[in-house]
Design a protein around this ligand. Structure first.
Ligand code: PEP
Ligand code: MG
Length: 756
């Protein structure tokens, strides 16, 4: 292999660094030796190492060349001076005339005025800046790109020393843009209420690269090539699987495979390895650099691409460390675990035993994302949009996930722990009160009966049906069991499952919604092709009408499972009456087929549609004579009505479901359904929140379908409500010009003693 002068210097330097790191003495002694070594090797008069301390302060920890009395005295805030600038932007600076730079900050105690040129790099670990490493020269030296890279490589080795906790307490190692010191309290957004106490389990835990410096770079290059080849062949094996022969899967896999051949990315890893790092350290270095810089990028598309490379880098690290299983999954989950993730798909949540999950903390996510809905069904508290939480938490750190208040405590002090334990027992008591309500009817003070149904999607949910006293299951999301399997279940498997559900419901009504995949609900064995707007793309009934075999099999299984009992079938994402007509036709064909085969038919078949695409609301007069019921899916409806991506945290709270436009829409649909004598319910998340549920009742909706834990609070609200006075008040608000009716409705509830 041809090596340039610069890389051979760096390799020699790395060899010496390895000896110093492995040698005796305190961490400070080792750091002192390291700066001397770097200065000598890079022919610089000065080499200094600044370490990030609590409160975003960079402290001079070691120097060769500056005045020694400034060590541990000179401190710069992040973004102050050139050192602070390097930390703030997580990028290197190489300046021949540093003093001419507008950010230059002169510190007299250091005696640095005689040094004109400066080259500095951030010390990064994970995506977190732990310090800054600087060299300076008296002359106006033009540092080369290779020299910057050499210093970056050295900084990576130093990062391990800083992060070890031997130089400063680990509790001080906070990220650049977080002011917190331990214990941490982080703000997020409530995605599901409840409080959980446990230890952190990091979804995709970071593989800790222990061997950083290579014995022989050629061997490392070979290892890298082998690991990449292994990943490519894993993808090739996938291509040969019969169930993945379909076009869409190939597209996704092809795209992924293309990343493994991305020249720019591979070159950067190769370069890092050639400077003397091991293959895994090279991958880690490129991953850290990209993540640190991309953290400063707001563009969603670029960040998405970063995720792809990050995923690939993680796989490569797993491959190189001999662990090609996905890490941190189910098996050795602690008794009480708080799962922490950047984002997680609803299916991935099933990799963890829900009985041991006490909470979920996400860097992204929004109230209507499917993982939040699944977590709600499992009664797991969720806090979303907790900025940079993964950088501040280590595996097995004690964590409190306070879903009620949208906050997370990491390594909480005893008094906070104690008060949470108290809150948990108060919650148990509240549950006992709701349990007592179980057998009381959901009737308002002025005698209006509200039907309270439960949303479900897992067999596990059925146990709550009788506990919470719901009238039945108003939305059974059939895609959830599909998502938890490794292959599409056949008719027999589906029949078995649906029969069990009906058996366990013991005569209470169950509304089965046909397969609603696509958008953020991805089947592992049926990847859709890449779409720019998956929420507006090939999803739900659009897929099952285009692939009618899937719809036919599901309807056949439902007819068989009913075995003479009542069957309610609901079609999702219907955008026009013609789609409903087409779906009904498929159902009629299946009914005829099963009749001919002698299957006992359901005593009654109720057919309904979700109303979640606004266009359908303008065809209600044509639609309503064809259906027995309509259920409003407020999650998708909100997204389409306001043109707002339900998964995008940045705009998640821009519009309120209690905005006049939304409330008016509900009122209009409710009036039409009443006129046509068609049952109307709401089964989106909106119905599960007491104030929103009160409003829905106010516009005439009499059936709500909510998660099991919400039944108690909603029933309490219903039993304290006087519908007549609410209806007349709400009528006066329909033409409001306000952004939201929330505060007025809350005012009504308070004035009229409605329990929220
Ligand atoms: C909805 O969109 O409101 C709904 C109930 O369906 P899902 O959340 O499963 O898309
Ligand atoms: Mg929906």
């Amino acid at each position: 292999m041809v090596t340039s002068g610069a890389t051979s210097v760096s390799r020699r330097l790395l060899g010496r660094l390895r000896d110093v790191m492995a040698g005796g003495g305190t961490a400070q002694d080792r750091l002192d030796k390291v700066v001397t070594l770097i200065a000598r090797d890079m022919v610089a008069e000065v080499c200094s190492c600044y370490v990030m301390r609590a409160g975003e302060v960079l402290e001079l920890f070691a120097t060769e060349g500056l005045k020694h009395e400034s060590v541990h005295r000179t401190r710069l805030r992040v973004a102050e001076g050139l050192v602070g600038d390097i930390a703030a932007h997580a990028r290197p600076l190489a300046l021949a005339d540093a003093q001419a730079h507008p950010h230059f900050a002169y510190r007299p105690e250091t005696g640095e005025e005689v040094y004109h040129s400066l080259m500095g790099v951030p010390i990064i670990r994970g995506s977190r800046v732990l310090g800054v490493l600087v060299v300076q020269n008296r002359t106006m030296r033009h540092y080369t790109e290779e020299e910057v890279e050499t210093l970056e490589t050295v900084a990576m080795v130093l990062a391990e020393l800083v992060a070890s906790g031997d130089l400063v307490d680990r509790s001080e190692l906070v990220p650049v843009d977080g002011n917190a010191v331990l214990p941490l309290r982080l703000e997020g957004v409530r995605l599901n209420g409840g409080v959980g106490l446990g230890v952190a389990v990091l979804h995709r835990p970071r593989i800790v690269v222990r061997r950083l410096v290579a014995e022989d770079p050629d061997i490392e290059m070979e290892r890298l090539t082998r690991a990449l080849a292994a990943i490519k062949s894993q993808i090739d094996v996938l291509f040969t699987r019969p169930e993945l022969r379909d076009g869409e899967h190939r597209d996704v896999l092809e795209t992924y495979r293309m990343f493994t051949e991305d020249k720019g990315w591979l070159n950067r890893i190769g370069e890092a390895v050639r400077t003397g790092l091991t293959a895994e350290a090279g991958v880690q270095k490129v991953l850290d650099d990209t993540r640190a810089r991309m953290n400063l990028i707001a563009d969603a598309y670029l960040r998405e691409r970063l995720h792809d490379f990050e995923d690939l880098a993680n796989r490569l690290l797993q491959q190189l460390s001999g662990d090609d299983e996905e890490g941190g999954r189910g098996g050795d989950l602690p008794e009480a675990a708080i799962l922490v993730a950047r984002n997680i798909g609803p299916m991935e949540l099933f990799d963890y035993d829900p009985r041991r999950l006490r909470g979920l903390v996400l860097e992204e996510g929004s109230t209507t994302s499917h993982v939040a809905i699944v977590a709600r069904a499992l009664d797991i508290p969720v806090v979303g949009r907790v900025k940079d939480v993964l950088d501040m938490i280590d595996s097995l750190d004690p964590v409190i996930c306070d879903g009620d208040n949208g906050q997370v405590f990491i390594r909480p002090p005893d008094d906070i722990r104690d008060s949470v334990v108290e809150a948990l027992s108060a919650r148990q008591q509240r549950r006992a009160i709701y349990a007592r309500l179980r057998d009381l009817p959901a009737v308002t003070r002025d005698d209006t009966r509200i039907a309270l149904y439960m949303n479900a999607g897992l067999l596990l949910d059925l146990q709550h049906l009788h506990e919470c006293g719901a009238d039945g299951i108003g939305l059974y999301r059939t895609e959830l069991p599909f998502m938890a399997r490794s292959a599409l279940p056949n008719v027999d498997a589906q029949t078995l499952l649906y029969r069990k559900i009906l058996d366990q419901a013991e005569g209470k009504r169950v509304v089965f919604r046909t397969l609603d995949v696509g958008g953020d609900k991805v089947l592992p064995y049926w990847n859709p092709s890449e779409e720019d707007n998956p929420a507006l793309g090939w999803r739900s009934i659009r897929i099952t009408l285009d692939r009618p075999a899937v719809m036919r099999q599901q309807l056949r299984a439902l007819l068989r499972a009913a075995g003479g009992r009542e069957l309610s079938v609901m079609f999702p994402m219907v955008a026009e009456v013609a789609e409903l007509v087409q779906a009904r036709r498929i159902l009629d064909i299946e009914i005829a087929r099963e009749t001919a085969a002698g299957t006992p038919l359901p005593e009654r078949i109720r057919v309904g549609t979700m109303l979640e695409v606004p266009a359908l609301a303008f065809q209600l007069d044509a639609l309503l004579p064809l259906v027995d019921f309509v259920s409003i899916g407020s999650n998708d409806l909100t997204q389409f009505l306001f043109a707002i991506d339900r998964g995008n945290p940045r705009i998640a709270e821009r519009y309120d479901p209690l905005a006049p436009g939304m409330v008016r829409f509900m009122h209009m649909v409710s009036e039409k359904c009443r006129a046509h004598g068609v049952d109307l319910s709401v089964c989106g998340e909106m119905a599960a929140r007491p104030l929103e549920a009160m409003t829905l009742i106010g516009v005439g909706i009499r059936t709500l379908s909510v998660t099991a834990p919400a039944i108690g609070p909603i029933k309490t609200m219903v039993r304290s409500l006087d519908v007549a006075s609410l209806e007349s008040y709400l009528f006066t608000l329909l033409d409001s010009r306000d952004h939201s009716l929330r505060s007025r409705l809350r005012g009504f509830a308070i004035d009229h003693g409605v329990s929220l």
